[in-house]
Structure formats: structure tokens, C-alpha cells
Design a protein around this ligand. Structure first.
Ligand code: HEM
Length: 234
């Protein structure tokens, strides 16, 4: 259906700037670089890997902000200061919002949207003194890694965005203290765009609205229990 909507015949009439992800895939298919099955699988990858994860990251970040009046006030001050008198926060404003980036990173540290992911070992190696043989599935527990007190200290379970003022850890795949987007060759291709999306939405919502919990609910009473699955929902 999606592939049919992007009818091959019309691609030649579309400018490069207007071409989307599916147009590019169809071009590669037409050049014999991909099969139709590859195209369908890649589209499914983006839908399944890209929608729920980002939505859940946003929900957790909003919940943590709503639960912490101190963080909300500091963040809202930054968003309004960096945005000025315009109608909408844009990507350029976000580049100056250092606290926002720390808040989103801290929310993703505490609540890895993809808590674990499997990798198959292709050659014999040793991990922590254990032999791992080819064909073995190793499960990377991103959830636990990001909460390890030996890395993150005694307040590892607390939502404290300021910790990133002194910790040079990023989710770019190079810091094994936090592997929210995986690492290496199979790491998430959206490791830069996904946080940017969350930042943009939160900045706009805080710019325009003062947030409150519903029905007089107290901050400490907000239910932060996680629902266990392949994606951790609030
Ligand atoms: C907060 C949002 C997201 C999180 C936390 C996340 C996390 C992850 C993780 C942990 C992996 C597996 C890495 C590994 O196996 O080492 C992955 C893979 C992947 N993600 Fe994301 N992701 C997010 C958003 C997105 C978005 C928006 C897209 C696409 C638009 C996307 C597309 C993919 C794809 C295609 C893969 C498979 C990469 C491969 O196997 O080569 N993800 N993601």
C-alpha cells in the first residue's frame, strides 16, 4: 500500500528535496540494489522501531518533568529565555537549550524505551571472563546498565538531570555507561533525530503551557510503575 502510493512512475517528476524515505528505497529497488522484500522490511523497521519508542520516551520525560517542580521551573525558564518573542520553538532555539538536553538524556537514562535487545555473536569472544561462542544470543540489558550505581553513584535511581554537567556520557554509541540506542554497526540510525524530536515537542509544550497534575494529584503520587515488554510503557 505505502509502496503503491509512491508510484514508481511519478518519482522522475519529483524534485530531490521532495523525495521521502520510501521514494529513495524505491529508487534503490529500481537500481537492483534492493529487492521488494527488502523495501517492505525496511519500511516496517522504521514503523515498528521508530514510533512507539519515541512516543514512550516523550511520555516518560513528561512524567518526570511533571513530577519535579524544580526541574520544570528551571527548564521552562530556559525554554522561554532561549525562544524569545516568537510563536513557536524551532530547532535553532533548541541548540542553546543545554538544560533541556540534559533533562531528555536523564529521562532516557532512567527509562530506556528499548530496555533490552538481543545480538548474535559471530565469533568466539570473552565477556567478563565467560566464553561466548558463535551463534550465542547475548541480551544487552540497557535498562540495568543505565542504572548501575557503580557508574551513576548512589543517586542512580533519582531523576537528576544536572548529573550530566559533570559526566561526559552520550547516547552516540561510544559510551557503554548508557546504551539507550545500542552501539556498533547495528546501533539505532535515529540516535540523533529521536532525542531531537523529544526535545522539540517538550520545549514547545513548556513554552506555551504551565503543566499541572490532574485532579489535585500530588507529585509524589504520580504512578511511575513500568509495564514490562519489549518497549517499557509508563
Ligand atoms: C527514543 C527513540 C528510540 C530508541 C530509544 C531507539 C532504540 C533502538 C535500539 C536500542 C536499537 C537496537 C540497537 C542494537 O541492536 O544495538 C534500535 C535499532 C533501530 N532503530 Fe531505533 N530507537 C529509537 C527511535 C528510532 C526511530 C525514530 C527510528 C526510525 C525512524 C528507529 C529506527 C531503528 C532501526 C531501523 C533500527 C535497526 C538498526 C539495525 O539493525 O541496523 N529508531 N533502536
Amino acid at each position: 500500500m505505502i509502496v503503491d502510493d509512491h508510484n514508481n512512475d511519478t518519482i522522475a517528476e519529483i524534485s530531490d528535496a521532495e523525495k521521502d524515505f520510501v521514494h529513495r528505497l524505491i529508487e534503490l529497488y529500481s537500481d537492483d540494489h534492493l529487492t521488494k522484500e527488502d523495501v517492505k522490511a525496511l519500511i516496517m523497521n522504521v514503523f515498528t522501531g521508530g514510533t512507539e519508542t519515541t512516543a514512550v520516551a516523550m511520555e516518560w520525560a513528561m512524567s518526570e518533568i511533571a513530577r519535579s517542580p524544580r526541574v520544570m521551573q528551571k527548564l521552562q525558564d530556559e525554554v522561554r529565555r532561549c525562544t524569545g518573542r516568537i510563536r513557536k520553538v524551532n530547532e535553532l532555539d533548541i541548540t542553546n537549550m543545554t538544560y533541556l538536553k540534559m533533562v531528555v538524556k536523564e529521562a532516557m537514562r532512567l527509562h530506556s524505551p528499548a530496555p533490552w535487545f538481543p545480538h548474535e555473536c559471530t565469533s568466539h569472544c570473552q565477556v567478563g571472563g565467560y566464553d561466548v561462542f558463535p551463534g550465542t544470543t547475548a541480551v544487552i540489558n540497557a535498562w540495568a546498565i543505565a542504572k548501575d550505581p557503580s557508574t551513576w553513584g548512589d543517586n542512580a535511581d533519582d531523576f537528576y538531570p544536572e548529573r550530566f554537567e559533570n559526566v561526559d556520557v552520550d547516547y552516540g554509541g561510544g559510551s557503554f555507561e548508557m546504551v539507550t540506542f545500542g552501539g556498533g554497526r547495528r546501533s539505532c540510525p535515529a540516535m540523533n533525530t529521536a532525542p531531537a524530536t523529544v526535545e522539540l515537542v517538550i520545549a514547545n509544550l513548556l513554552y506555551w503551557f504551565d503543566w499541572e497534575l490532574p485532579d489535585g494529584l500530588k507529585n509524589e503520587d504520580l504512578d511511575m510503575e513500568e509495564e514490562d515488554s519489549i518497549i517499557i510503557d509508563p
